[in-house]
Design a protein around this ligand. Structure first.
Ligand code: MSP
Length: 652
């Protein structure tokens, strides 16, 4: 048993957070919960980075003072973490007095030690990234991180002597290969930043005011990255509460700073040098994970293509979202987010494998043994093999989690679940029941239940609530997380003689076709124009799409069609079946517009359809095209030519 101090980056409350931010925090949460399961003493910190020019500008743009502006967003961030069952031990806001006073003390300390001096800064600044750049570092004249315009700034500033510590940092990184992970990020830091040489860093600004005043020169505010990075120690009480038993004494240095790849530079160059200058030990590891991107590229509020985790949790439930985020993308690499892949994960792993294992096991316990889990007899080779597999799984989970291979750890647990399903098929309890082989039947039933207990304990860091639901159905009133990892490794802890409480299926299967047919106005044979980011900022799940050429557009055969007949489809309350004519051809099109139109409203009207769309079946009804409509989910308008042009006419 040891200690484990883990941090997430502190988020800019410049807007509500999206699924990409949730990704970092959910992974950190799974790691924190895993270490608690191991028996480690854990401190898990997250928070918000509230100062700086970007926030000041965003607040001004909406006519609010910065504090009121961030207070509202921070409240949303906190409720998002609650929704996602994030188990952080503290939440630090950089506008809190406990932080601001400590940043001033740290600034003073660095100044007193001679590592800060006053000069003039003339150079380039990227406000969205809050980063200084040199001309030679730009890519096509733009910020190398975000690709946006940089601004020329010239102002009196305090500087921090980064250059003085460059050799020491290089030696440290070389002597501690585990410090920057994955290795590719370490090489990037060495080649792109350390080798070319470090310049001293500008650490105060005078051209705006939303920041922590420099204690001895209050017309300067502290550079937001110095302010932000120090949260990892100010939250623990540094520098004024560091005595024996303090959080700082117990938890610093951190075992792990989890950060996105674009901010590895701040955490592995500026941050360690600040710590060196303060004579403090360095964190054991900075891990730079990849991004969750959409098909069209990086997710960002400014592009208007973000996915809102709140909407997803409402739609699919917490366990599904956490599972998807933790399982889908190997940690470290970029991953493409897609709702279809999320539904596939729910259906295959959660519903088919895990949900089904529990359901069939409990059904058999009810059917063959009156709902009570029997004591096992002697194990046969099948049981021994499954038991060995369970032992190997515990081992594999530990090995993977030590390497932050969260997705692999989950894959190992689901391999055990798959193996348990196979075991049922092989052991065939129904035949044992039929032939009256009671002893074997009892052994098999117990083995099924015990494998589920072990899987549930192993799943607690990731799925959080599902394992407790599983325990409840197994008739257990204990908390699976409280059993600890050791209990997962021990076979036979499930108390025989317990009555099970079979409940609802854990994960109902999702009908993706139905979902896309009826879920949003974008589907179901209707193409809706995306809602604009300004209009519905909280639900901008419709991404802006990537640029296409005129030739690509020309591949879509848009035609004017005349509606000949329309009717509701029985059993599908969102769908209408339209009979349309496109020139000489008659077609049937199914459209998800029944909520917005009565069938007779459309008859005789000219509308616009995609005529060369591959036919599909929606609710079993053939649809040979798609009609165009625009709307935001609340209203929907079918697109019609402004005057009659005759069906069959091309839309260009
Ligand atoms: N405030 C700074 C961090 C200061 S830490 C001392 C910051 N904030 S941020 O809100 O812009 O980003 C916070 C984290 O979210 C970063 O690690 C970033 O990589 C991560 N992500 C933002 N978008 C993301 C995805 N689309 N995918 C994965 N991670 C994402 O930077």
């Amino acid at each position: 048993m040891g200690k484990f101090y883990i941090t997430t980056p502190i988020y800019y409350p410049s807007d509500n957070l999206h699924i990409g931010h949730a990704y970092t925090t959910v992974v950190a949460d799974a790691l924190a919960r895993y270490h608690r399961l191991l028996g480690d003493e854990v401190f898990f910190l997250t928070g918000t980075d509230e100062h700086g020019q970007k926030i000041q500008r965003r607040a001004a743009a909406v006519g609010k003072d910065p504090q009121t502006f961030v207070d509202e967003i921070v409240a949303n961030i906190k409720s998002l973490w609650k929704l996602l069952k994030i188990s952080n031990d503290d939440f630090i806001r950089t506008t809190e007095p406990r932080h601001t006073k400590r940043v001033q003390q740290i600034f003073q300390r660095l100044y007193d030690r001679g590592d800060i001096y006053k000069s003039e800064y003339e150079g380039l600044y990227c406000t969205p990234c809050e980063a200084f750049w040199l001309e030679r570092q730009l890519v096509d004249g733009k910020c190398p991180d975000c690709g946006r315009e940089v601004e020329k700034v010239r102002e009196e500033s305090y500087f921090f002597r980064l250059s003085k510590y460059a050799d020491r940092l290089m030696a440290y990184i070389e002597a501690h290969p585990e410090f920057i992970q994955p290795v590719s990020r370490k090489n990037e830091m060495i080649n792109n930043f350390l080798r070319p040489g470090l310049e001293d860093l500008c650490i105060s600004r005078t051209t705006f005011s939303w920041g922590i005043p420099v204690p001895f020169d209050p017309k300067h505010v502290v550079y937001v990255w110095l302010d932000a990075l120090t949260n990892y120690i100010t939250a623990l009480g540094y520098p004024d509460e560091t005595g024996e038993g303090s959080l700082f004494a117990r938890f610093w240095p951190a075992e792990l700073h989890l950060v996105g790849k674009e901010i590895v530079r701040f955490h592995t160059i500026i941050w360690p040098i600040i710590l060196m200058a303060l004579d403090l030990p360095l964190p054991k590891q900075v891990f730079g994970h990849g991004w969750l991107v959409l098909d069209g590229g990086k997710m960002s509020k400014s592009k208007g293509n973000v996915v809102d985790p709140v909407v997803l949790v409402e739609k699919y439930g917490l366990a599904a979202i956490r599972y998807y985020l933790l399982r889908e993308v190997p940690f470290g690499s970029d991953g493409v987010y897609s709702e279809e892949a999320l539904v596939l994960r729910i259906n295959t792993d959660l519903a088919n494998d895990l949900g089904n294992l529990l359901h069939r096991t409990l059904s058999m316990v009810e059917k063959f043994n009156g709902g009570v889990v029997p004591a096992p007899g002697a194990n046969g080779p099948l049981e021994e093999a499954l038991r060995a597999e369970a032992g190997r799984t515990c081992q594999a989970v530990q090995e993977h989690m030590a390497q932050l291979e969260v997705s692999d750890a989950l894959a190992a647990i689901f391999q055990l679940i798959g193996r348990a399903n196979k075991y049922i098929d092989e052991a065939a309890p129904w035949s044992l029941n039929k032939s009256g082989n009671r002893e074997r039947l009892e052994t098999v039933l117990y083995t099924m239940v015990e494998t589920i207990r072990i899987s549930a304990v192993l799943l607690t860091p990731y799925l959080v609530e599902t394992p407790a639901r599983i325990f409840n159905q197994l008739g257990l009133d204990t908390d699976p997380a409280a059993q600890g990892l050791e209990a997962a490794g021990k076979w036979g802890l499930y108390p025989a003689g317990t009555r099970v409480r079979k409940g609802e299926p854990l994960f109902p299967r999702i009908d993706w076709e139905k979902e896309t047919a009826e879920g949003t106005p974008e589907a179901g044979g209707v193409k809706a124009a995306p809602a604009t980011a300004e209009k519905k900022p909280e639900k901008t799940a419709s991404p802006k799409k990537e640029e296409i050429t005129i030739d690509e557009f020309a591949r879509i055969d848009l035609r004017v069609a005349k509606v000949l007949a329309a009717e509701k489809i029985e059993g599908a309350d969102k769908l209408l079946r339209l009979q349309v004519r496109i020139g000489h051809e008659e077609r049937q099109i199914v459209a998800g517009i029944a909520k917005y139109y009565q069938p007779q409203d459309l008859v005789g009207k000219e509308i616009v359809v995609v005529a060369n769309l591959k036919p599909v079946k929606l609710r079993g009804v053939l649809s040979q095209g798609m009609i165009l409509a625009a709307g935001d989910g609340e209203t929907l308008a079918v697109i019609r030519p402004e005057k009659e042009v005759g069906d069959g006419a091309q839309v260009r």
